[in-house]
Design a protein around this ligand. Structure first.
Ligand code: FES
Length: 207
């Protein structure tokens, strides 16, 4: 008489899992959310504290022939970036009464219908990240937390408290655009979009 062979299991037995205790689960969730919050804060603080390009320039700075700059901006449909001063030059239309009322006194006027404005794109008003231009949307879009600004630096979305800050600028006697880095102008309030401009294509940054 042969000994009975134990039945072969059809699949591997897994060791029984211990149920996750509610308290341990809550503790892990709390640690995860605090870590994520601190990580976001640290990133923002780094962006704010990191030395910006342009921190070495002061006072009035000549940026080039105003008419040439305006022609280039309009022709290429993009701002002229001035990395040394951490700013972007955009064009606007002073013949538009609303625009003239909102921006006319502080920004350069080249002709009756062409003005120039120097936006501080080196420091997002949210936590200080640089804000690059997005050619497809024709907006400025912040890669850090997704704030967006139209091509005039007016706030269109995201956590930033206002539009992009800017600097006083003017045309000198030789036709040059001059920016006064000693005269910053606080960006327009979220609700004060004088030059409303809709997005013109896909965004470069996920919201
Ligand atoms: S730094 Fe936060 S949205 Fe720009």
């Amino acid at each position: 008489m042969s000994a009975a062979t134990p039945p072969t299991p059809s699949r591997r037995e897994r060791p029984a899992r211990k149920p996750v205790e509610r308290r341990a689960f809550l503790r892990a969730s709390l640690i995860g959310s605090v870590s994520a919050g601190l990580g976001g804060f640290a990133l923002g603080a780094l962006g704010f504290l990191w030395p910006r390009q342009g921190d070495g320039l002061f006072g009035e700075v000549i940026l080039g022939n105003a008419r040439d700059l305006a022609e280039r901006i309009v022709g290429e449909r993009r701002p002229v970036l001035v990395p040394e001063a951490a700013l972007s030059i955009i064009s606007w239309d002073p013949s538009d009464g609303i625009a003239a009322g909102a921006y006319g006194g502080q920004h350069a006027v080249v002709t009756d219908s062409v003005g120039l404005m120097c936006l501080d794109t080196g420091a997002c008003p949210h936590l200080g990240c640089a804000v690059p231009w997005c050619q497809t949307s024709q907006w400025f879009e912040c890669p850090c937390h997704g704030s967006r600004y139209n091509k005039y630096g007016e706030w269109t979305g995201g956590p930033a408290p206002r539009g992009l800050d800017r600097y006083v600028s003017f045309i000198d006697g030789e036709g040059n655009l001059v920016v006064d880095l000693g005269s910053p102008v606080t960006g327009p309030a979220r609700t004060a979009n004088a030059l409303e401009q809709a997005r013109e294509g896909p965004s470069c940054v996920d919201a």
